[in-house]
Ligand binder design. Structure first.
Ligand code: IVH
Length: 693
């Protein structure tokens, strides 16, 4: 008997085949449910191994009975189909673009115009706008017939798109079959964005680079390139996501209640198993909608993916229809774009900056240009490898990018193939300041000057000492400190405290007022510097402001810190072997010990202050972590919590005392629940902060 015959012939076999059919259906449902839990809700219920076992069982059945492989089978998610070319197909309803506005005035004008144009009959619904992030990916439309995914098209030119059905099946958070019991629309065209999370994008570029293959300029290009693949096993390996934000044609099932608002549509999508843009929210007035824009812009960099503005949609679907479209875009929806964070300019020259830790950083000196409202004349090129990877050369016209508080960077040249370009930049093999040979430490991309007394290194360390990240000496410009160092009057940070007004007056035309202010500033710092600031100011490798605060909370003074063993240090939150070793190395260095003795002699010897320690607040010494969005920027709450004695940590573990949870918290919340960590909402956090604000 042929075990692999498609049509079973005897009764036993028919029974087995039927059982296999039932089991396959059961497995498909279970696998898709776990997929949804894992990829959309970020809350898996079973281990990866258990999931793999279900998956393999289904694969086995399908291999044995190919007729049981349905179009919604999760086994299709692994890709493998190789298409000869991408076909094109017409959209049943045109996919319009969106008009843009760039200011509050333009947004208000748009909202008022929509209100005016709306028929008299519906004046009370004009105020409600659905707002969500404008996702910077690739728009697609996925069709579900009676709840089963049957087709996916890119937006294309809006009328005709490319067929990417096989590729979209590999997108793990796009349901192959709608969740729930139905009834499902006879036809539902779900529109949304395919995108790649920043983390995935960075990992992909690293992999591509390691394989000597083309890297992508940004997550959007990476998403588009990954989706429009003829070999869908490539798409499957790229971890794309689909976020659903609107609908094309919807044909409801007989008797199925229709949706009346965009909020209802979003709720239905979520129930069907789709992920929708995080932070989507109903705003009840144009003013509230404007507030949403400000909040989202402030949190832009906290999101795991790129966004470039806010999309507003009139919430009432009848009102949407009444307003209709212009030739290009809907009259009921608009995108309010964030200020561009990229700009184009030319590189005058590439210079090398020697940092506080001796790292040689290539810097592009630019024709000044405004990027997102800030003038930029220097941008980092990171390190030697990055210059070559991006193929950036002197004289090039380049794209500059600035994200949040991050140092501006050069993305790459506009036309790398142009004739007559300069030669590739020759990265120096010695320190441009002291001339010592530069070295590249194992596992590091950076070249370093290892000369401990390199003038550039000591200059940067002294400037760091007084800077905001260090003692934060008020009203002392870095430029003056640099001049004093250049003049040889200041050789270590301790020298700054010995400056007298008389010698400053006349120094580079400083003037009496400034000289007095200068001396006063150091005098104030001498008497009021806290231990945490002092530790941070020393510039111990790997010890930033956060770690400095942790140390200052545990050790009475520098003598106590010096006496601590690596093991003792590692008992503190967020201090691992590398940080501990670096602290030990700092004290092992004779020059550092000598510097500390000079500080002690000057009277700059802070002790763990009464201010920061024993004041008993409920948060004192508590380990805290924040997740989700709160009513004010997260940093603000973190700072308040810290000043109440809390220590902010970076991950959920049993050692965590409190997880503070805002809107859309994600997987940290689940993990914290699992580990039994106490959860605080914003109101309870405020109560705990209450006494200490
Ligand atoms: S709604 C009726 N919501 O941006 C409005 N579109 O520049 C239909 N886009 O082609 C679209 N994020 O594909 C909507 N949250 C969002 C969006 C979004 C990105 C895309 C959309 C459109 C493009 C316009």
């Amino acid at each position: 008997m042929n075990q692999h015959s498609l049509l079973p012939t005897n009764t036993e076999e028919i029974k087995t085949a039927r059982r296999a059919g039932h089991r396959a259906a059961e497995l498909r449902r279970a696998i898709e449910r776990h997929n949804h839990l894992y990829h959309t809700l970020d809350a898996p219920e079973i281990t990866d191994e258990a999931y793999d076992a279900l998956f393999r069982e289904l694969e086995d059945i399908e291999q044995h009975y190919p007729q049981l492989r349905t179009p919604d089978s999760p086994t299709l998610r692994t890709g493998g189909a190789v298409l000869p070319s991408l076909e094109t197909r017409a959209h049943s309803v045109r996919m319009y673009g969106l008009d843009n506005v760039f200011s509050a005035a333009e947004w208000n004008a748009f909202a008022q115009r929509a209100a005016r144009q709306l028929p008299e009959a519906a004046p009370d619904i004009t105020g409600a706008w659905w707002a969500d992030p404008k996702l910077d990916g690739l728009a697609v439309e996925i069709t579900y017939e009676n709840g089963v995914m049957t087709q996916a098209l890119t937006r294309g030119d809006g009328s005709v798109g490319e067929v990417v059905t096989e590729a979209v099946r590999t997108v793990r958070n796009a349901p192959l079959r709608l969740l729930g019991e139905g009834p499902f629309p006879v036809r539902l065209e779900v529109r949304g964005e395919i995108l790649m999370f920043r983390k995935e994008f960075e990992a992909l570029n690293r992999r591509q680079q390691a394989l000597g293959q083309k890297t992508f300029a940004n997550p959007r290009n990476a998403a588009a390139g990954s989706l429009r693949q003829l070999d869908t096993s490539v798409t499957a390996s790229r971890k794309l996501r689909f976020l659903a934000y609107s609908a094309g044609l919807v044909e409801f099932a007989p008797g199925q209640p229709r949706w009346h608002t965009h909020s209802e549509l979003m709720a239905a999508y979520q129930a069907y198993g789709f992920q929708t843009p995080v932070d989507g929210r109903l705003c009840l007035s144009p003013a509230e909608a404007e507030q949403y824009y400000r909040e989202l812009e402030a949190r832009r960099d906290e999101l795991p993916f790129e966004i470039d503005g806010v999309v507003y949609k009139l919430n009432d679907l009848d009102a949407q229809e009444a307003l209709g479209h212009t030739a290009r875009a809907p009259r009921f929806a608009v995108a309010w774009k964030f200020a561009a964070r990229q700009a184009r300019t030319t590189i005058r020259r590439i210079s090398i900056q020697v940092g506080r830790t001796g790292v040689l950083t290539p810097v592009a000196e630019l024709e000044p240009v405004s990027v997102g409202g800030v003038m930029v004349s220097r941008a980092t090129l990171h390190n030697e490898e990055e210059i070559h990877r991006r193929d950036v050369r002197e004289g090039d016209t380049v794209i500059i990018q600035r994200a949040g508080d991050v140092i501006p960077e050069v993305v790459g040249p506009v036309s790398p193939a142009s004739p007559g370009r300069a030669e590739p930049f020759a990265f120096p093999r010695s320190c441009p300041v002291c001339g010592s040979p530069a070295a590249r430490l194992e596992g590091e991309a950076a070249w370093r000057c290892l000369n401990l007394s390199c003038p550039a290194v000591s200059m940067r360390s002294i400037v760091h000492f007084v800077s905001k990240a260090g003692l934060d000496v008020q009203g002392v410009g870095a430029r003056w400190v640099e001049k004093l160092i250049e003049a040889g009057r200041v050789k270590t940070p301790a020298d700054l405290f010995t400056l007298r007004e008389e010698e400053l007056v006349g120094f580079e035309r400083m003037g009496e007022v400034l000289a007095a202010k200068f001396v006063q500033a150091f005098d104030t710092a001498l008497h009021s510097a806290g231990l945490a600031r002092f530790i941070a100011a020393l510039g111990i490798r790997q010890v930033g402001e956060q770690t400095a605060r942790t140390l200052a909370g545990h050790f009475a003074d520098m003598d106590a810190l010096e006496a601590a063993t690596a093991d003792e240090l590692m008992e503190l939150p967020d201090i691992g072997p590398e940080v501990a070793a670096s602290i030990r190395a700092f004290f092992a260095n004779a020059a550092n010990r000598e510097l500390l003795e000079r500080f002690r002699a000057l009277g700059l010897w802070p002790r763990r202050e009464a201010r920061a320690e024993p004041r008993q607040t409920p948060l004192n010494g508590k380990r805290m972590l924040f997740t989700g969005s709160l009513s004010r920027p997260r940093e603000e709450f973190q700072r308040l919590a810290e000043s109440a004695g809390a220590v902010i940590v970076s991950g959920v573990s049993r050692k965590l005392d409190y997880l503070v949870v805002g809107d859309n918290p994600g997987s940290k919340l689940d993990k914290a629940r699992e580990l039994g960590v106490a959860i605080l909402d914003e109101a309870s956090l405020k109560r705990l902060l209450g006494g200490s604000e």
